[in-house]
Design a protein around this ligand. Sequence first.
Ligand code: GLC
Length: 611
Amino acid sequence: MLASLPNDLRPLAAQRLSTAEPVLRRLLAGLYGERADFDTWFGDLMESLGKLYAERPPELRALDIQRAAQPEWFLSQRMLGYCAYVQNFGGSLNGVAERIPYLEELGVSYLHLLPFLRPREGENDGGFAVTSFDEVDPALGTNADLHDLTTRLRAAGISLCSDFILNHVADDNQWALAAKAGDAKARAMFHVFPDRDMPDRHERTLGQVFPQVAPGNFTYVEAMGGWVWTTFYPYQWDMNWSNPDVFAEMAAAMLRLANRGIEVFRLDSTAFLWKREGTNSMNQPEAHQLLQALRAIVDIVAPGVLLKAEAIVPTRELPAYLGSAAAPECHIAYHSSLMAAGWVALAEQNTGVLREVIRNTPPLPSAATWLSYVRCHDDIGWNVLRAEAEVGSAAGAAARLAGAARFFSGAQGSYASGAAFQSTDPNAAHGSNGMAASLTGLQTATNEEERSLALRRMLLLHGLALSFGALPVLYMGDELAMENDYSYLDRPQHAMDSRWLQRPVFDEQRWKHRYDKTSAPGIMYQGLANLIRARRKQDALAANAPRALLADAPDGVLALARGERFLTLMNFTGLPQEYALQGVWSDHAEPGRIEGTITLAPYAMHWLARE
Ligand code: GLC
C-alpha cells in the first residue's frame, strides 16, 4: 500500500498500517485464507486501498487526523442527528443544502439522508435497491451537487451520513446485468442455485423480512437459469460475501463515497451478510469479521469516518455490532429494542419491557455508542423484543407484542392511528407503521386535552431518546408533529408497503408555525427545542456518561439516573404518578427547588439536576 502513496503521505499511513494491517490480514485470512491466491489477492486489496488513500481530498485527510486524535468526538451531548429523504426534505440535494440553516437552528450535527445513489428503475424499495454506488440519483442531483452539499454541511459542522447498502444490489446493477449476460465472475458475486435443493434447505430455518409482499428468500431468474438469494424484494440480490471479490469491490465502493465527503455510513441490513445452512443466516460470526475488516480499512484510509450498523435484531445480538476494545467493529448501532420498547411502554402503560431492555443493554467499549430514535422510515419491528416481552408475561411474548401491534393499528379504542405491517393475522406481531404523531394520538385528537396528551407522549419518547445516553436521531417531520401520509395508497408501486405512511413530504405550513405555541407543530417544536438545548448543557447526558435504572419507581414510570447528578423521570401512563426523590433537585424547565415526593402528570417527563 505504501508503494502506491506519494512520499509525504507515507509516514502517517505507515503508522496506521502498523496497527491496523495485521488485524485486517488476520480477519481476511480467517474468511478467505484457504484460497491458494490469498496473498496475491490481499496484496491487490492493499494496493487499491493505497490508491484510494492517495485520492482522499486534503480537507478530509485533515478531518481524519483531527478525529483520530479525539476518537470519542461523536459521543458528546452536543451531537444530534436528523434523518430525511432527499426528495421529501428538499426536493433535491441542492434543496437539502438550502435547509442547512434550519438544521443549524435545531442543533443538528449529523444528517442521515436516506438512499440518494442511482437506484433501480421502477420499484426500488425507497432507493434501497442500488444500481450504482458511484452516481447520485439523477432525479436528486449530480455528483457535483453531492460534493457541494458535503462541503456546505461540513462548514456548518454537520456530518453527512449515507446508507451503504452492502447486503444486496439492484437487479440492474452492473454485476447483476453481467451475471444475467452469462459472465461467470459476476455470477459468483451472488448466491445462485441451479435448482430448489439448496433454497429449500435454507428456507427451513430462514425468517422472512416481508412475508406478505415478498415471501420467500429466493427468486428464480430466467436469464440466470437459477434461483438467486433475495432476502428482501425479488429485485434486491444478496451479495455473496464469501467471495473475496465482493469484499474488495464493496470496500472500494465505500471508500470512493468517503472520498466524496460522506462522513458516516449506515451499513444497511448488516445482520444478513453471511449465510449458513441450518441457521437463520443472521448475525453469523463471519458477518462480524467482515464488519471488523471494513472497520480496519476505515481506520487505515479514513479514520474520520464512522460506521453505523443497522441490525434490527434481538437485544442480546446487538452489542456484537459495536465490537470490543480488542476488536472494534462499528462505531454506532441502532438500538431498535429501546425504540420499540418505548412504544410498548406507551401501549401497556407499563415500563416492564423497557426496563428489561435497559437491563439487557451492556456498557460499551470506548468510542462506540447506540443510536437512539423514536421513529424512522421503517416499521417498528416488535419481534426484537421477544426475550424482554417474555419476562413477567402470562400470555407469552408473541401475544403481548401482538397486543402492541393491535394497539398502534388503532384497535380496541386506542388513540393511535397506524397500520400493522406485513401481517393480516391479528395475533401475529410483525411490525407497525405510522408517523409518531399519529401513533401517539394527535391524528384522532378531537379536543384540546387529547391533543395535549398526544404531544406529551411524543415529547416523552423523544425525551427518552435524548436522555438515554446515545446519539439521538430525529426523524424528519416528527419535530413538527407531522401526521401519516396516505398518498402512497394512490401510487401503485408503493401501495402494498405501508412503510410509506411515515414517508411524507416536509410540511412547509407546519414549519412556518414552528414558533406558534398555540399550534400542535409549535408546541412540539418548541418542546423539543427546549429539550435539545437542555441536553447540550448537561455533560451527564453525553453518550458515554454512566446510566442507571432506578428500581424504586412505580411500574408506569421510568426513572433513569445519568451519573450522580442527573435524573429523568418519565410517566408512561395516563394517570398521575408519584415518585419519592432523594435529595434536592431542580427541574430544567421550571424555576425553584424540588424535594420529597414529586407528582408526575399523565405522560409527563421531568429532567432533574441535583442542586
Ligand atoms: C433496511 C432498510 C429498509 C430496507 C431494507 C432492505 O432494513 O432500512 O428500508 O427495506 O434494509 O434494504
